[in-house]
Write a protein that binds this ligand. Structure first.
Ligand code: SAH
Length: 394
């Protein structure tokens, strides 16, 4: 059955500009009672069709899949969408490389597939549903993925235990949908990484920092590096290849420190330039000396929601202030925020305030963001979440 949902008067404006969400407050009424995750058709108050998408209870009530009334949401639909995503990654030189087998194939709204994330690690696709709708069609998507990617992948791992709303009673279980690839070593720009898709954060790796890590490598030569919030040690491994003098990795999670050490060992066995410490960031920054002249600050999202914004900005300010106090003259600071709720301007103001507090001369060398395989739909600017600044501190 087709469920029809009618908007309040004038609430179709954002959909006319192809924004892919319908907020619950915009809805006047629904014909029938769709289950969470089912496809609903959206109509204006004047009863004109405007979009169709996955229904869910919550502030975002519909995640739009198509604006075309004729387009069916079936197996061919998923195949078409995945083909478009794959073709894009191939045409921009991210997919099908021997020196880089780690990339994001589907980035939610950025690939017109709200609620779906797929990362590729060597021959395994790790799929994550952020909506009930994507959860319900996971097998169809996995099948379409096998057809589109051919023999470039042999396994699809599903990892949505922590990304789906628990109230929806979906009880997702992490596990392989097809295949059971045990090889979890993938390559990023020629460097090897253990990807922990079973227990790791996100899909097991922070694919989104690839280009920023590559940039860091260019600045690492001869420097004493602190990689704060290191997780899998991504930035550390690049710093090592970039001929850093010394690299220290810090994370409060012992598991992350273990992963970092494994990844360093995988690429630079026996190299004594690296050491890793399981410690709280603020404590470490407080007690450390002034030996570092390249510092990376890549904290977890301080603000997961808008209401946490004020505290988040304080957090960024305090964190960066510590780095400005301690970094050696002529030092370089790579500082990031991955909170969607924090805008580029907000983040820059927080870092600016921290710099001013230190009284040091600070220049912006680069303004960083997420890489091309994490595209932002021009109709969905909220999709731009990763912000970074590279600063030269006198
Ligand atoms: N830079 C990483 C990603 C960082 S994710 C990369 O390139 O892959 C954020 C990390 O911060 C997580 O590993 C988490 O364990 C760590 N973390 C969270 N709170 C922390 C704290 N107070 N002190 C130190 N590390 C913390």
């Amino acid at each position: 059955m087709t469920y029809r949902l009618y908007l309040k008067h004038g609430k179709e404006e954002s959909l006319k500009r192809f924004h892919p969400w319908v907020f619950s407050g915009a809805i006047a009424r629904i014909d029938g009672e769709p289950e969470e995750g089912e496809v609903v058709e959206v109509y204006t108050a004047q009863k004109e069709f405007i979009a169709k998408g996955h229904w869910q209870i919550g502030s975002i009530a519909v995640r739009v899949l198509t604006f075309d009334p004729e387009e069916a949401i079936d197996r061919e639909f998923w195949k078409r969408k995945l083909t478009t995503a794959y073709e894009m990654r191939r045409s921009i030189g991210v997919a099908d490389r021997s020196d880089n087998t780690t990339y994001r194939l589907v980035h939610g709204e950025g690939d017109n597939l709200p609620g779906l994330v797929i990362d590729i690690y060597e021959r395994t696709a790790v799929m994550q549903a952020h909506s009930a709708g994507m959860h319900l069609v996971r097998m169809e998507i996995a099948q379409a993925l096998r057809e589109v990617m051919g023999d470039t992948i042999d396994s699809v791992y599903y990892k949505s235990e922590n990304t789906l709303p628990f109230k929806a009673d979906l009880y997702p279980e992490n596990g392989f949908l097809t295949g059971d690839n045990k090889n979890n070593i993938a390559v990023e720009y020629g460097l090897k990484f253990h990807i922990d898709w079973l227990k790791g954060q996100k899909t097991g790796f922070f694919v989104d920092q690839r280009e920023n890590r590559a940039l860091l490598e260019r600045y690492a030569k001869g420097r004493t590096v602190l990689n704060m919030f290191c997780y899998t040690g991504g930035f550390s491994v690049y710093a090592m290849r970039g001929n850093a003098k010394l690299v220290h990795s810090v994370d409060s999670s012992a598991k992350a420190i273990e992963l970092t050490n494994r990844n360093i060992e995988l690429n630079f066995p026996g190299d004594t330039r690296h050491a890793a410490y399981a410690e709280d960031a603020f404590k470490y920054l407080e007690r450390m000396g002034d030996q570092y002249d390249l510092i990376i600050l890549d904290p977890p999202a301080f603000a997961k929601h808008r209401d946490a914004l004020r505290n988040a900005l304080q957090g960024y300010r305090k964190l960066n202030a510590r780095a400005f106090e301690k970094i050696k003259p002529g030092g370089i600071l790579f500082t990031f925020s991955c909170s969607q709720a924090v805008s580029k301007e907000n983040f820059r103001t927080a870092v600016f305030t921290a710099a001013a507090q230190s009284g040091r001369s600070v220049r912006i060398l680069h303004q960083l963001t997420q890489p091309a395989d994490h595209p932002v739909s021009i109709y969905h600017p909220e999709g731009e979440y990763l912000k970074g600044l590279v600063l030269y501190v006198e």
